[in-house]
Design a protein around this ligand. Structure first.
Ligand code: ADP
Ligand code: ZN
Length: 535
């Protein structure tokens, strides 16, 4: 083999092999840096064009005599598609994964060992396999191991929802083959994940490229939950008739029920969750990709690596775990750049449930704290009365102006000052604990505040409390909004099977009037009834 010569010009490869006229965004810079042998960490949103960032350096370096690029990817379907497209374009590429026969795998290994292969895609468990590492060692000895590309690099972080143990082992690549440059890529870009990737993959020396995470064609809408299934149906019928979309639900049961309800209403909807037969899942996924205007009702099991350009909406019936999840899931809308909507319905029960799921998970306390912080950021986004996009981007460390394309920008919400109401609620929670020695849930609290004589009220004699019926002017729904925000912001703590409410260390600030709570006027703005107006 001839010694490495000068690298071919990347723009020539872009045009010749891929048929594109120009690089997008930071692609050119990244490609140059990696082709020259630099390490890189690339944070770029889904659809931003990450693949070319390693494919072009792989081709350039192969042509210059550096041999094989190994791409680590957890997504078998994606490997398959990319290898097909590359071979189609005349680039010698292959993958190794568990779907192959021994003969197929041996053939590919021979191609790899000859150094002729340009890109080899492999699942992380393969890369950690001793036999495979010995083969890489042989290539390395002969100067034919060109580059490591680690796709979906956030899988190395335990903070994300895609954590994979095999990713943790990938730092071995650097230890065993220190001279081989590496590029790690991900669409998840919050500070914690970024720091995790750098540390765990030992990428301290890598240049970090951060693309804008803005998806300007996606309109963000978050509405207060009130008969969610009807809200969803109205949203689809009025704004997305015959459009392709994804509806995310938290549980398999809810997926099934929602898909059924949509079908009953004449919408072409299919369920997808990990509890369905692999066969059924594959069939539903295929139909979603091929047919027009299909709505997939799914758990988050659906979506990773699904590349359908014309998804016009993503709807959430339940709150995602955190902002990364929200961003990833909503990001599946509008990949073609045409207008798309990310719609979510959100209510008090979501806040309570998500908090409880964290509390009850078997994880370490430190991990739970991290999860709570992430949930808080998402709740702040859901409660926001200013630009959603600005908040979303700020979470990923990006400064921006109000976007003009989210619900809050388009219809600035009228707000009302809920500070006084919040103080009433907190005092009442305090009285419960004082008089009974334990707390009660939101439903009972609201009954007491509104002066509704229920059996439970009589049982505990709560008509005697000083806070009895002090909040009669507000509707039940308004009280739910107040409590939701109090819990979301951490002024009230909800715990246990009965979602018992209690005060927190920060409640005092609200009680003392040091904090102002502004709430959006939602479906039903605070009405002053005729009698109370004169009163
Ligand atoms: P990601 O991996 O970041 O989600 P992809 O690499 O799959 O994104 O790219 C998304 C789409 O954009 C693909 O269809 C790809 O071919 C296209 N693309 C990427 N870079 C360019 C470019 N410079 N010019 C035109 N199309 C591009
Ligand atoms: Zn906005």
């Amino acid at each position: 083999m001839s010694p490495p010569s000068h690298h071919p010009v990347p723009t020539d490869i872009l045009q010749e092999v891929f048929g594109y006229s120009a690089f997008r965004g930071q692609q050119a810079e990244i490609v140059d840096h990696v082709t020259e042998g630099g390490d890189a960490l690339v944070l770029m949103p889904t659809g931003g064009g990450k693949s070319l960032c390693y494919q072009i350096p792989a081709i350039a370096r192969q042509r210059a005599g550096h041999g094989v690029t190994v791409v680590v990817s957890p997504l078998i379907a994606l490997m398959h598609d990319q290898v097909g497209a590359l071979e189609e374009a005349g680039v010698h590429a292959a993958f190794l994964n568990s779907t192959q026969t021994a003969e197929e795998a041996q053939h590919i290994e021979r191609e790899m060992l000859s150094g002729r292969l340009t890109l080899l895609y492999a699942a992380p468990e393969r890369v950690n396999n001793a036999r495979f590492q010995a083969q890489l060692g042989s290539l390395y000895e002969r100067g034919l191991l060109s580059l490591f590309a680690i796709d979906e690099a956030h899988c190395v972080s335990q903070w994300g929802h895609d954590f994979r143990n095999d990713y943790l082992q990938l730092s071995v690549l650097h230890q065993r083959f220190p001279k081989v440059p590496r590029i790690a890529l991900t669409a998840t870009a919050d500070d914690i994940t970024r720091a995790d990737i750098i540390q765990r993959l030992q990428l301290e020396e890598a240049r970090v490229f951060i693309a804008s995470f803005d998806r300007p064609n996606i309109r963000y809408l978050i509405v207060e939950k009130d008969k969610p299934r009807e809200q969803l149906l109205r949203f689809i019928q009025e704004e997305h008739d015959k459009d392709a979309g994804v509806v995310y639900c938290q549980s398999r049961k809810k997926v099934e029920e929602t898909a059924e309800a949509l079908r009953a209403a004449g919408i072409n909807a299919l369920p997808y969750h990990a509890g369905l037969d692999a066969d059924v899942r594959r069939r539903h996924q295929d139909r979603f990709l091929r047919e027009d205007g299909l709505v997939m009702v799914a758990t988050i099991a659906f979506g990773m690596g699904i590349d359908k350009p014309d998804v016009r909406f993503v709807a959430h019936l339940d709150l995602p775990k955190n902002i990364e999840g929200y961003y990833q899931e909503t990001g599946r809308a509008g990949r073609d750049g045409a207008p798309a909507q990310a719609w979510m319905t959100y209510g008090l029960a979501d806040v309570v449930n998500q908090r409880r799921m964290i509390d009850e998970s078997p994880s370490e306390e430190e991990f739970k704290q991290g999860q709570r912080g992430k949930l808080d950021a998402l709740l702040a986004l859901a409660e926001a009365i200013d630009c959603r996009r600005q908040r979303l981007l700020a979470y990923f460390g990006e400064d921006s102006k109000p976007c003009g394309n989210c619900d809050n920008c388009l219809n600035p919400p009228a707000t009302w000052d809920a500070t006084e109401a919040a103080r009433m609620a907190l005092s009442c929670i305090y009285r419960f604990h004082q008089s009974n020695g334990f707390g009660f849930g939101a439903g009972h609290l609201i009954d007491v505040l509104r002066g509704k004589e229920t059996d439970k009220v009589r049982q505990y004699g709560h008509q005697q409390l000083s806070t009895w019926s002090i909040g009669a002017k507000l509707s039940e729904q308004e009280w739910r909004a107040v409590l939701r925000q109090l819990i979301a912001l951490g002024y009230v703590f909800s715990e246990g099977e009965y979602h018992t409410l209690s005060l927190t260390e920060t409640s005092r600030a609200v009680l003392k009037g040091e904090v102002q709570l502004l709430l959006r006027q939602q479906v039903a703005p605070p009405r002053r009834t005729k009698s109370s107006r004169t009163g």
